[in-house]
Design a protein around this ligand. Structure first.
Ligand SMILES: *Cc1c(COP(=O)(O)O)cnc(C)c1O
Length: 495
């Protein structure tokens, strides 16, 4: 049965999956949502015998219903190949009774690769299916990891150009080096004076600029988005929750239909929303544990029912979660508002004018599956330190936020469900913070000396993604004010 996608802000003109992928964001500023959440049509036992790519097909075919079997299988084959350093694609590591689902074995060593290695293929396939003649311009705001993963995914992909805006002082040194050394004729990287929310707001404004869109069309260009608002990113992220579950089943770590919890270090709410969709599809998930850093807007929201972005933006050691406007939350709000676009629109209008909104008690009652908590900087460091001390396993700062929140959850609830923690980045991406947490005597070292030190401490080989940037020349040095983003885009396109 065909799944169509409509905006969270209007039920008018639903589109096919390929059109939703091409558009990224709906014209009315809303996010595309499927008109129903499909249920898995293979049993968990059947799925447990499949490879990652096969599971990906079984999940994605239910959402991308206007893709042919061949189209979808080709996209999957091109995405989940040797770019990943393990055939398992998403291996799991058990430590202290929890399962760390390592989502960082792709080209840029963060979980963004799970979706961004397939998005370029979904997008170019969608363009072909819809007879798009324009060159597609991917416009992306990044808090560090999306940018590099999108650059790597789209570099030299024919018919596309990619422009990435990142907060100049809001990403780790290694993250910045990864981006500014990106090769590819069609790539463009700009640091902005502002934070991630400024970058994301700027990008959304450019997307919403109808005059610009018409002018671009005249010149043979159209925008699309690689941000986690694109349904082409959300759908591939559902896959690894299904894969993790059936792997636990196959290895007899859980019994058939036994419920598990998942813990997700959260920023833009894309990753945890994918877990929520997996649950709606019939995957036996009990609690969805939403972990925040000191930018704990989501923790406050789950507790009080009020989403309030009016607060100080804190730069933390988990920069990919330094976000006060979690865009994908809108999809959940829409759902708990009874799929009512008008109600959702009202709340989003309040968010954009006054910076906050409050949901009704009835809506709040539907959030019982979620548990929110946060970890401060000290707790995050201590979590890395203690886990290493006790087990020798090294986790990155984002994953540590999740591990710490999981500890709080267990203490509060005494819940003993088997638990999967989404491990979203390699510790090598945040080397300085990770090493300082383990042993602060090395802080005077250069970034790449620290990389070698981490290899020594962790016993994990330095990933290729890090070796590659060690000596790579800087190819992008553009910097702009947040008000100049549109001009930068036009300059790059030469229009
Ligand atoms: C993007 C990112 C997150 C947050 O994921 P969301 O889908 O935005 O909630 C967490 N950890 C890392 C390492 C990331 O790159």
């Amino acid at each position: 049965m065909e799944v169509l996608y409509s905006s969270t802000r209007s039920k008018k003109n639903p589109v096919k999956a390929s059109e939703a992928i091409l558009k990224g964001l709906s014209e009315d500023g809303g996010l595309f949502v499927p008109d129903r959440i499909p249920t898995l049509d293979k049993t968990l036992e059947e799925l447990s015998e499949m490879t990652y790519g096969q599971v990906a097909y079984e999940v994605m075919k239910l959402y991308l219903t206007d893709f042919t079997e061949q189209e979808l299988k080709e996209c999957i084959a091109k995405a989940y190949d040797e770019k990943f350093d393990t055939e398992e694609i998403a291996p799991m590591v058990e430590a202290e009774g929890a399962y760390y689902l390592e989502l960082f074995h792709g080209a840029t060593i963060a979980f963004k690769d799970m979706a961004l290695s397939i998005l370029p293929h979904l997008l170019t396939t969608s363009a072909k299916k819809n007879h798009v003649k324009n060159e597609i311009v991917i416009l992306t705001a990044t808090s560090g990891d999306t940018g590099k993963a999108a650059l790597a995914g789209f570099a030299d992909v024919e018919g596309t150009r990619i422009i990435v805006f990142y907060p100049k002082n809001g990403v780790s040194k290694i993250q910045e080096k990864q981006m500014v050394t990106q090769k590819g004729k069609n790539t463009y990287v700009v640091g902005i004076h502002g934070n991630f929310d400024d970058a994301q707001t700027g990008v959304k404004q450019i997307f919403g600029d109808k005059e610009l869109a018409a002018y671009m069309d005249e010149k043979g260009f159209q925008f699309s988005s690689a941000n986690s608002i694109n349904i082409g990113r959300l759908v591939p992220q559902i896959v690894y929750y299904v894969y993790a579950y059936v792997k636990l089943l196959k290895e007899e770590r859980i019994a058939g239909k036994e419920k598990i919890n998942v813990v997700v270090p959260t920023g833009n709410f894309g990753n945890i929303l994918a877990a929520f969709y997996a649950k709606q599809m019939g995957l036996p998930i009990d609690r969805l544990i939403c972990a925040s850093n000191e930018n704990k807007v989501l923790f406050d929201f789950f507790k009080s029912g009020t989403y309030d972005r009016n607060r100080e933006f804190v730069l933390t050691s988990s920069p990919s979660m330094d976000i006060l406007i979690s865009s994908n939350l809108e999809r959940l709000i829409y759902r708990i508002a009874g799929n009512d676009p008008d109600k959702n629109k009202e709340l989003m209008a309040a968010l954009s004018s006054g910076g906050s909104y409050t949901i009704t008690d009835e809506m709040k009652g539907q959030l019982a599956d979620f548990y929110g908590n946060y970890a401060d900087e000290q707790e995050t460091a201590k979590t890395i330190h203690d886990l290493y001390d006790r087990t020798g396993y090294v986790i990155d700062t984002h994953t540590a936020v999740a591990a710490c929140v999981y500890g709080k959850y267990k203490e509060e609830t005494k819940d003993t469900n088997t638990t999967v923690i989404a491990s979203t980045a390699s510790p090598y991406k945040f080397t300085r913070s990770v090493i300082n947490a383990i042993d602060c005597q090395y802080d005077a070292m250069e970034d790449f000396e620290l990389v070698d030190k981490l290899a020594e401490i962790s016993g994990v080989e330095v990933p290729k993604a890090i070796e590659e940037i060690r000596k790579a020349p800087v190819l992008h040095d553009h910097i702009c004010e947040k008000t100049q983003m549109k001009q930068m885009v036009m300059d790059f396109l030469g229009i």
